[in-house]
Design a protein around this ligand. Structure first.
Ligand code: UDP
Length: 367
Protein backbone atom coordinates (compact mmCIF):
# COMPACT_ATOMS: atom_id res chain seq x y z
CA UNK A 1 0.00 0.00 0.00
CA UNK A 2 1.28 3.47 -0.91
CA UNK A 3 2.03 5.66 2.06
CA UNK A 4 -0.11 8.78 2.00
CA UNK A 5 1.47 12.08 2.89
CA UNK A 6 -1.62 13.39 4.69
CA UNK A 7 -4.75 11.42 5.44
CA UNK A 8 -7.84 13.27 6.60
CA UNK A 9 -10.64 11.14 7.98
CA UNK A 10 -14.00 12.87 7.56
CA UNK A 11 -15.08 15.49 5.04
CA UNK A 12 -17.10 17.79 7.29
CA UNK A 13 -16.03 21.35 8.02
CA UNK A 14 -13.07 20.28 10.16
CA UNK A 15 -11.68 17.80 7.66
CA UNK A 16 -12.26 20.04 4.65
CA UNK A 17 -10.61 23.01 6.37
CA UNK A 18 -7.45 21.19 7.41
CA UNK A 19 -7.22 19.46 4.01
CA UNK A 20 -7.50 22.75 2.13
CA UNK A 21 -4.88 24.50 4.27
CA UNK A 22 -2.37 21.67 3.85
CA UNK A 23 -3.02 21.36 0.12
CA UNK A 24 -2.85 25.07 -0.56
CA UNK A 25 -0.31 26.43 1.87
CA UNK A 26 2.06 23.50 2.29
CA UNK A 27 1.55 22.33 -1.30
CA UNK A 28 1.29 18.75 -0.07
CA UNK A 29 -0.95 15.93 -1.25
CA UNK A 30 -3.94 15.13 0.92
CA UNK A 31 -6.33 12.21 0.78
CA UNK A 32 -9.72 12.84 2.37
CA UNK A 33 -11.84 9.80 3.12
CA UNK A 34 -15.41 9.67 4.31
CA UNK A 35 -17.48 6.67 5.32
CA UNK A 36 -20.57 8.35 3.95
CA UNK A 37 -21.36 8.44 0.22
CA UNK A 38 -21.20 12.25 0.27
CA UNK A 39 -18.95 15.03 1.52
CA UNK A 40 -19.96 17.51 4.22
CA UNK A 41 -20.55 15.26 7.22
CA UNK A 42 -23.67 16.30 9.09
CA UNK A 43 -23.83 19.62 7.26
CA UNK A 44 -24.58 17.80 3.98
CA UNK A 45 -27.48 19.30 2.04
CA UNK A 46 -29.07 18.86 -1.41
CA UNK A 47 -31.61 20.62 -3.61
CA UNK A 48 -34.80 18.58 -3.98
CA UNK A 49 -37.11 18.40 -7.01
CA UNK A 50 -38.73 21.69 -5.92
CA UNK A 51 -35.31 23.33 -5.69
CA UNK A 52 -35.62 23.61 -1.91
CA UNK A 53 -32.28 23.10 -0.18
CA UNK A 54 -32.75 20.29 2.36
CA UNK A 55 -30.29 19.85 5.23
CA UNK A 56 -30.26 16.08 5.48
CA UNK A 57 -29.09 16.04 9.11
CA UNK A 58 -31.27 18.89 10.33
CA UNK A 59 -31.23 22.67 10.04
CA UNK A 60 -27.80 24.31 9.86
CA UNK A 61 -27.45 28.07 10.19
CA UNK A 62 -24.00 29.55 9.83
CA UNK A 63 -23.07 32.30 12.27
CA UNK A 64 -19.77 33.63 13.54
CA UNK A 65 -18.04 36.60 15.09
CA UNK A 66 -14.73 35.48 13.62
CA UNK A 67 -13.56 37.60 10.73
CA UNK A 68 -10.84 35.01 10.18
CA UNK A 69 -13.38 32.23 9.64
CA UNK A 70 -15.73 34.39 7.57
CA UNK A 71 -12.92 35.52 5.29
CA UNK A 72 -11.61 31.99 4.94
CA UNK A 73 -15.03 30.82 3.72
CA UNK A 74 -15.46 33.77 1.35
CA UNK A 75 -13.26 31.97 -1.20
CA UNK A 76 -15.65 29.03 -1.36
CA UNK A 77 -19.13 30.51 -1.22
CA UNK A 78 -21.34 33.53 -1.58
CA UNK A 79 -23.89 33.98 1.16
CA UNK A 80 -27.60 34.51 1.41
CA UNK A 81 -27.75 37.14 4.14
CA UNK A 82 -30.11 35.23 6.37
CA UNK A 83 -30.79 36.20 9.99
CA UNK A 84 -32.18 33.28 11.95
CA UNK A 85 -35.33 33.61 14.05
CA UNK A 86 -36.91 30.91 16.14
CA UNK A 87 -40.25 30.79 17.88
CA UNK A 88 -41.43 28.48 20.61
CA UNK A 89 -44.95 27.34 21.45
CA UNK A 90 -45.55 28.60 24.97
CA UNK A 91 -48.97 28.55 26.56
CA UNK A 92 -50.60 28.46 23.13
CA UNK A 93 -48.56 31.32 21.65
CA UNK A 94 -45.60 31.35 19.33
CA UNK A 95 -43.09 33.60 21.07
CA UNK A 96 -39.49 34.52 20.20
CA UNK A 97 -36.81 32.11 21.42
CA UNK A 98 -34.42 32.92 23.09
CA UNK A 99 -36.92 34.38 25.52
CA UNK A 100 -36.61 38.17 25.30
CA UNK A 101 -38.61 41.29 26.16
CA UNK A 102 -40.94 40.69 23.20
CA UNK A 103 -41.65 37.18 24.50
CA UNK A 104 -42.27 38.67 27.95
CA UNK A 105 -44.90 41.11 26.66
CA UNK A 106 -46.53 38.45 24.50
CA UNK A 107 -46.98 36.07 27.42
CA UNK A 108 -47.82 38.30 30.38
CA UNK A 109 -50.38 41.09 30.89
CA UNK A 110 -48.74 44.49 30.34
CA UNK A 111 -48.64 45.43 34.05
CA UNK A 112 -46.81 42.21 34.98
CA UNK A 113 -44.52 42.41 31.95
CA UNK A 114 -43.71 46.05 32.80
CA UNK A 115 -42.66 45.15 36.28
CA UNK A 116 -40.61 42.12 35.19
CA UNK A 117 -38.88 44.16 32.50
CA UNK A 118 -37.94 46.76 35.12
CA UNK A 119 -36.63 44.06 37.48
CA UNK A 120 -34.57 42.44 34.72
CA UNK A 121 -33.02 45.72 33.61
CA UNK A 122 -32.29 46.83 37.18
CA UNK A 123 -30.67 43.53 38.08
CA UNK A 124 -28.79 42.69 34.87
CA UNK A 125 -28.95 45.74 32.58
CA UNK A 126 -30.48 46.24 29.14
CA UNK A 127 -29.10 44.21 26.23
CA UNK A 128 -27.63 41.64 28.59
CA UNK A 129 -27.87 37.87 28.17
CA UNK A 130 -28.66 35.81 31.24
CA UNK A 131 -28.38 32.01 31.24
CA UNK A 132 -31.44 30.34 32.73
CA UNK A 133 -29.39 28.63 35.45
CA UNK A 134 -28.11 32.09 36.49
CA UNK A 135 -31.57 33.65 36.48
CA UNK A 136 -32.76 30.81 38.69
CA UNK A 137 -30.22 31.81 41.34
CA UNK A 138 -31.77 35.22 41.88
CA UNK A 139 -33.37 35.94 45.27
CA UNK A 140 -35.74 38.61 43.96
CA UNK A 141 -39.34 37.35 44.27
CA UNK A 142 -40.57 38.62 40.90
CA UNK A 143 -37.50 37.39 39.05
CA UNK A 144 -37.79 34.01 40.77
CA UNK A 145 -41.32 33.79 39.42
CA UNK A 146 -40.09 34.60 35.92
CA UNK A 147 -37.12 32.26 36.16
CA UNK A 148 -39.35 29.36 37.20
CA UNK A 149 -41.77 30.13 34.39
CA UNK A 150 -39.03 30.14 31.76
CA UNK A 151 -37.28 27.12 33.26
CA UNK A 152 -40.46 25.04 33.28
CA UNK A 153 -41.89 26.20 29.97
CA UNK A 154 -38.79 26.48 27.78
CA UNK A 155 -35.90 24.54 29.24
CA UNK A 156 -36.97 21.64 31.39
CA UNK A 157 -38.93 19.45 29.00
CA UNK A 158 -37.00 20.45 25.89
CA UNK A 159 -33.77 19.47 27.61
CA UNK A 160 -35.28 16.22 28.90
CA UNK A 161 -36.26 15.39 25.33
CA UNK A 162 -32.97 16.55 23.85
CA UNK A 163 -30.55 15.10 26.38
CA UNK A 164 -32.55 12.78 28.59
CA UNK A 165 -31.42 15.02 31.46
CA UNK A 166 -32.48 18.16 33.27
CA UNK A 167 -30.69 21.42 32.38
CA UNK A 168 -28.74 21.37 35.65
CA UNK A 169 -27.57 17.79 35.04
CA UNK A 170 -25.68 18.67 31.89
CA UNK A 171 -22.82 21.16 31.51
CA UNK A 172 -24.07 24.73 32.02
CA UNK A 173 -22.58 25.71 28.65
CA UNK A 174 -25.41 23.81 26.94
CA UNK A 175 -28.33 25.89 28.22
CA UNK A 176 -26.10 28.98 28.06
CA UNK A 177 -26.30 28.69 24.29
CA UNK A 178 -29.86 30.03 24.52
CA UNK A 179 -29.79 32.68 27.28
CA UNK A 180 -32.64 34.96 28.22
CA UNK A 181 -31.99 38.13 26.25
CA UNK A 182 -32.96 41.46 27.84
CA UNK A 183 -33.59 43.06 24.49
CA UNK A 184 -36.15 43.44 21.71
CA UNK A 185 -33.83 41.63 19.31
CA UNK A 186 -35.73 38.55 18.10
CA UNK A 187 -32.81 36.88 16.35
CA UNK A 188 -31.49 33.53 17.54
CA UNK A 189 -27.88 34.70 17.14
CA UNK A 190 -26.35 38.14 17.43
CA UNK A 191 -23.12 37.26 15.61
CA UNK A 192 -21.71 39.82 13.23
CA UNK A 193 -21.68 37.38 10.30
CA UNK A 194 -24.64 35.11 9.61
CA UNK A 195 -25.90 33.42 6.50
CA UNK A 196 -26.65 30.36 4.42
CA UNK A 197 -24.28 29.37 1.60
CA UNK A 198 -26.05 30.44 -1.59
CA UNK A 199 -25.45 27.08 -3.28
CA UNK A 200 -25.67 25.04 -0.10
CA UNK A 201 -23.19 23.59 2.38
CA UNK A 202 -22.31 20.61 0.19
CA UNK A 203 -21.20 22.91 -2.61
CA UNK A 204 -19.23 25.05 -0.16
CA UNK A 205 -17.38 21.99 1.15
CA UNK A 206 -16.92 20.55 -2.34
CA UNK A 207 -15.32 23.87 -3.32
CA UNK A 208 -12.99 23.63 -0.33
CA UNK A 209 -11.96 20.15 -1.41
CA UNK A 210 -11.61 21.12 -5.06
CA UNK A 211 -7.84 21.48 -5.23
CA UNK A 212 -5.27 19.63 -7.35
CA UNK A 213 -3.52 18.38 -4.21
CA UNK A 214 -6.70 16.90 -2.69
CA UNK A 215 -8.16 13.50 -3.49
CA UNK A 216 -11.52 12.52 -2.02
CA UNK A 217 -12.65 8.94 -1.48
CA UNK A 218 -16.25 8.49 -0.42
CA UNK A 219 -17.90 5.42 1.12
CA UNK A 220 -14.47 4.65 2.53
CA UNK A 221 -13.98 3.90 6.21
CA UNK A 222 -10.73 4.39 8.02
CA UNK A 223 -8.81 1.20 8.55
CA UNK A 224 -5.75 0.48 10.63
CA UNK A 225 -3.95 -0.84 7.52
CA UNK A 226 -3.90 2.58 5.92
CA UNK A 227 -0.43 4.08 5.79
CA UNK A 228 0.18 7.77 6.18
CA UNK A 229 2.78 10.23 7.34
CA UNK A 230 0.21 12.42 9.06
CA UNK A 231 -3.33 11.63 10.11
CA UNK A 232 -6.11 14.12 10.83
CA UNK A 233 -8.98 12.23 12.35
CA UNK A 234 -12.37 13.93 12.69
CA UNK A 235 -14.24 10.79 13.71
CA UNK A 236 -14.91 9.76 17.28
CA UNK A 237 -11.75 9.04 19.23
CA UNK A 238 -13.21 5.98 21.00
CA UNK A 239 -13.81 4.34 17.64
CA UNK A 240 -10.20 4.98 16.62
CA UNK A 241 -9.03 3.12 19.74
CA UNK A 242 -11.58 0.35 19.23
CA UNK A 243 -13.54 1.35 22.33
CA UNK A 244 -10.88 -0.03 24.65
CA UNK A 245 -12.13 2.13 27.55
CA UNK A 246 -15.79 1.92 26.50
CA UNK A 247 -17.94 4.10 24.28
CA UNK A 248 -18.16 7.87 24.48
CA UNK A 249 -21.85 8.68 24.67
CA UNK A 250 -23.58 10.88 22.11
CA UNK A 251 -27.09 12.08 21.40
CA UNK A 252 -28.56 11.50 18.00
CA UNK A 253 -31.63 12.79 16.19
CA UNK A 254 -34.24 11.01 14.16
CA UNK A 255 -35.54 13.38 11.52
CA UNK A 256 -38.95 12.91 9.97
CA UNK A 257 -39.24 14.83 6.71
CA UNK A 258 -42.65 15.80 5.35
CA UNK A 259 -43.58 17.64 2.18
CA UNK A 260 -46.71 19.75 1.86
CA UNK A 261 -48.34 21.11 -1.27
CA UNK A 262 -48.70 24.63 -0.06
CA UNK A 263 -46.52 27.67 0.34
CA UNK A 264 -45.56 27.93 4.03
CA UNK A 265 -46.01 25.52 6.91
CA UNK A 266 -45.10 27.73 9.86
CA UNK A 267 -44.38 31.32 10.86
CA UNK A 268 -40.63 30.94 11.39
CA UNK A 269 -37.83 28.81 9.95
CA UNK A 270 -37.68 26.86 13.19
CA UNK A 271 -40.39 26.40 15.79
CA UNK A 272 -39.56 24.82 19.12
CA UNK A 273 -42.09 22.75 21.03
CA UNK A 274 -40.63 22.59 24.53
CA UNK A 275 -43.73 21.34 26.32
CA UNK A 276 -45.69 19.63 23.55
CA UNK A 277 -45.16 16.49 21.52
CA UNK A 278 -42.13 14.19 21.60
CA UNK A 279 -40.17 16.11 18.99
CA UNK A 280 -38.20 19.20 20.05
CA UNK A 281 -38.62 21.36 16.96
CA UNK A 282 -39.76 21.62 13.37
CA UNK A 283 -37.53 23.20 10.73
CA UNK A 284 -38.92 24.48 7.43
CA UNK A 285 -36.25 24.53 4.77
CA UNK A 286 -37.53 27.04 2.23
CA UNK A 287 -36.85 29.88 4.68
CA UNK A 288 -33.11 29.47 4.51
CA UNK A 289 -32.59 30.47 0.88
CA UNK A 290 -35.97 32.18 0.50
CA UNK A 291 -37.21 29.51 -1.90
CA UNK A 292 -40.33 30.50 -3.85
CA UNK A 293 -41.45 26.90 -4.51
CA UNK A 294 -45.18 26.28 -4.15
CA UNK A 295 -44.41 23.27 -1.97
CA UNK A 296 -42.66 23.15 1.35
CA UNK A 297 -40.56 20.63 3.26
CA UNK A 298 -40.25 20.40 7.02
CA UNK A 299 -38.39 18.13 9.41
CA UNK A 300 -39.49 17.02 12.87
CA UNK A 301 -36.60 16.37 15.25
CA UNK A 302 -36.85 13.43 17.62
CA UNK A 303 -33.75 13.24 19.82
CA UNK A 304 -32.54 9.80 20.81
CA UNK A 305 -29.50 8.11 22.27
CA UNK A 306 -26.73 7.36 19.79
CA UNK A 307 -26.37 3.64 19.20
CA UNK A 308 -23.50 2.25 17.18
CA UNK A 309 -24.64 0.99 13.79
CA UNK A 310 -28.17 2.31 14.27
CA UNK A 311 -27.96 6.09 13.93
CA UNK A 312 -25.50 8.98 13.63
CA UNK A 313 -23.52 10.83 16.24
CA UNK A 314 -24.85 14.37 16.53
CA UNK A 315 -23.99 15.81 19.92
CA UNK A 316 -21.26 14.95 22.42
CA UNK A 317 -22.81 14.87 25.88
CA UNK A 318 -20.83 17.46 27.79
CA UNK A 319 -20.50 16.16 31.35
CA UNK A 320 -17.48 15.71 33.61
CA UNK A 321 -17.51 11.91 33.47
CA UNK A 322 -17.56 11.95 29.64
CA UNK A 323 -14.74 14.48 29.49
CA UNK A 324 -12.68 12.26 31.76
CA UNK A 325 -13.28 9.30 29.43
CA UNK A 326 -12.37 11.45 26.42
CA UNK A 327 -9.16 12.58 28.11
CA UNK A 328 -8.25 8.97 28.81
CA UNK A 329 -8.43 8.29 25.08
CA UNK A 330 -6.55 11.49 24.31
CA UNK A 331 -3.73 10.35 26.60
CA UNK A 332 -3.18 7.40 24.26
CA UNK A 333 -2.46 9.74 21.37
CA UNK A 334 0.54 11.22 23.20
CA UNK A 335 2.57 8.17 22.18
CA UNK A 336 1.58 8.34 18.53
CA UNK A 337 3.41 10.98 16.52
CA UNK A 338 1.76 12.81 13.65
CA UNK A 339 -1.82 12.18 14.57
CA UNK A 340 -4.33 14.91 15.31
CA UNK A 341 -7.91 14.63 16.47
CA UNK A 342 -10.25 17.48 15.65
CA UNK A 343 -13.87 18.36 15.08
CA UNK A 344 -17.02 17.83 17.12
CA UNK A 345 -16.31 14.11 17.38
CA UNK A 346 -12.50 14.16 17.43
CA UNK A 347 -12.40 16.81 20.16
CA UNK A 348 -15.68 15.69 21.78
CA UNK A 349 -16.80 19.32 21.89
CA UNK A 350 -20.14 20.90 21.09
CA UNK A 351 -18.69 23.03 18.27
CA UNK A 352 -20.81 25.13 15.99
CA UNK A 353 -19.66 25.09 12.38
CA UNK A 354 -17.54 28.23 12.78
CA UNK A 355 -15.79 26.84 15.85
CA UNK A 356 -14.96 23.62 14.03
CA UNK A 357 -13.37 25.66 11.24
CA UNK A 358 -11.56 27.94 13.67
CA UNK A 359 -10.17 24.95 15.53
CA UNK A 360 -8.85 23.46 12.27
CA UNK A 361 -7.31 26.79 11.24
CA UNK A 362 -5.56 27.14 14.60
CA UNK A 363 -4.35 23.54 14.48
CA UNK A 364 -2.85 24.25 11.08
CA UNK A 365 -1.09 27.39 12.33
CA UNK A 366 0.36 25.48 15.29
CA UNK A 367 1.56 22.49 13.32
N1 UDP B 1 -32.94 24.68 24.85
C1 UDP B 1 -34.14 24.52 25.51
N2 UDP B 1 -35.27 25.03 24.95
C2 UDP B 1 -35.28 25.67 23.76
C3 UDP B 1 -34.06 25.84 23.09
C4 UDP B 1 -32.91 25.31 23.65
O1 UDP B 1 -34.18 23.92 26.57
O2 UDP B 1 -36.36 26.12 23.31
C5 UDP B 1 -31.71 24.12 25.48
C6 UDP B 1 -31.58 22.62 25.17
O3 UDP B 1 -30.96 22.00 26.26
C7 UDP B 1 -30.71 22.64 23.96
C8 UDP B 1 -29.74 23.76 24.30
O4 UDP B 1 -30.56 24.74 24.94
O5 UDP B 1 -30.05 21.41 23.76
C9 UDP B 1 -29.00 24.36 23.14
O6 UDP B 1 -29.93 24.77 22.15
P1 UDP B 1 -29.48 25.02 20.63
O7 UDP B 1 -30.65 25.57 19.91
O8 UDP B 1 -28.23 25.79 20.62
O9 UDP B 1 -29.20 23.53 20.14
P2 UDP B 1 -28.75 22.98 18.71
O10 UDP B 1 -29.30 23.90 17.67
O11 UDP B 1 -27.27 22.89 18.75
O12 UDP B 1 -29.41 21.63 18.68
Amino acid sequence: MIKMKNLVVGSGFSGATIARKIAEELNQKVVVIDAKPHVGGNSYDYFDSNNICIHKYGTHIFHTNSKLVWNFLAKFTKWYTYQHKVKGLLDGQYVPIPFNLNSLYQIFPACIANNLEKCLIEKFGFNKKVPILELRKTKDEDLTFLAEYIYQKIFLEYTLKQWGMKPEEIDASVSERVPIYISRDDRYFQDRYQGIPLEGYTKLISNMLDHPNIGVELSTSFSKDMEYEKLFYTGSIDEFFEYKFGQLPYRSIKLDFLEFSYDKFQEAAVINYPCNYDFTRIGEYKWFLNSQANKTVVSYEYPEQFELGKNERYYPIIKDENRILYNKYLELTKDIPNIHFLGRLGDYKYYDMDKAIERALILFENM
